[in-house]
Design a binder for this molecule. Structure first.
Ligand code: MF3
Ligand code: CO
Ligand code: CO
Length: 261
């Protein structure tokens, strides 16, 4: 279980894959409206990735996953399967998680969208979850112990009376979709891996409005929901550790991270 250090050339490829994944989230935004189905969102992303980006949607057929993106609505924590039967309605919150493969390298990113107008409690959960991701990104630098990432996320979530999902985590990424290390979003003293320049991984905190416990849908084998049925939110970026801190490979136009070129 060794963590790969990417070469400058590999990082160029990762930057390209990350940019494409970010552009899919930007492209899909105007379609996230009441009356749209998550199946249609998947079709639009799938066609864009294949025909416009000349890239590959990594989820499709990954361990049997049947579609090209994940769409996780309201109490769905992650890995929601897009469906023509799942019609979005005003007030829903949805995470769209996009992973593309370009020239053999992966870029993985997700964000939350409001469908129409959302209630303040939903907006607050989404905002705090994004703040958890941003706080973690801002401390990444060579020499940092991985458990500091979990610590800062857990602190901010719990200060806002939310819980952190424990059963799913961030991950190393590169030629493989999921590589070592695991990136926990809560504090575990055993997560004592030290970050080095050239490591590439995701941070993707999932916060629940209620308890941290989740359940896996045994029927479809994928959909993860909160046990108590309350809302969940998630944001994800792929980043590379640099001498100066980190570069966010999946930055969108609406964002600007300190160390990005
Ligand atoms: N994109 C997810 C992640 O952040 C993984 C989705 S696996 C899939 O790691 F098969 F559901 F697509
Ligand atoms: Co990921
Ligand atoms: Co993802």
């Amino acid at each position: 279980m060794t963590i790969s250090i990417k070469t400058a050339d590999e990082i160029k490829h990762m930057r390209q894959a990350g940019k494409l994944a970010a552009e899919v989230l930007e492209m899909i935004e105007p379609y996230v409206k009441p009356g749209m189905s998550t199946g249609e969102l998947d079709q639009i992303c799938h066609n864009y990735i294949i025909n416009t980006q000349h890239a590959i949607p990594a989820p499709l057929n990954y361990r049997g996953f049947p579609r090209s993106i994940c769409t996780s609505v309201n109490q769905v924590v992650c890995h929601g399967i897009p469906s023509e039967k799942k019609i979005l309605k005003g007030g829903d919150i949805i995470n769209i998680d996009v992973t593309v493969i370009k020239d053999g390298y992966h870029g993985d990113t997700s964000k939350m969208f409001c469908v129409g107008e959302c209630k303040p409690h939903a907006l607050n959960l989404m905002r705090v979850t994004q703040e958890c991701l941003y706080r973690a990104i801002h401390i990444v630098q060579p020499g940092l112990t991985l458990n500091k990432i979990g610590h800062i996320i857990q602190q901010h979530a719990e200060a806002n009376h939310y819980s952190i999902v424990r059963d799913y985590c961030g991950h190393g990424i590169g030629k493989e979709f999921h590589e070592p290390p695991q990136v926990l979003h809560y504090y575990d003293p055993r997560a004592n891996t030290t970050l080095q320049t050239g490591m590439t991984f995701t941070i993707e905190p999932m916060l629940n409005a209620g308890g941290y416990k989740v359940k896996l849908n045994k029927g479809d084998g994928w959909t993860v929901t909160t046990r108590d049925g309350r809302l969940s939110a998630q944001w994800e970026h792929t980043l590379v550790v640099t001498d100066a801190g980190c570069e966010v490979l999946t930055q969108r136009s609406e964002e600007s991270f300190f160390n990005n070129p």
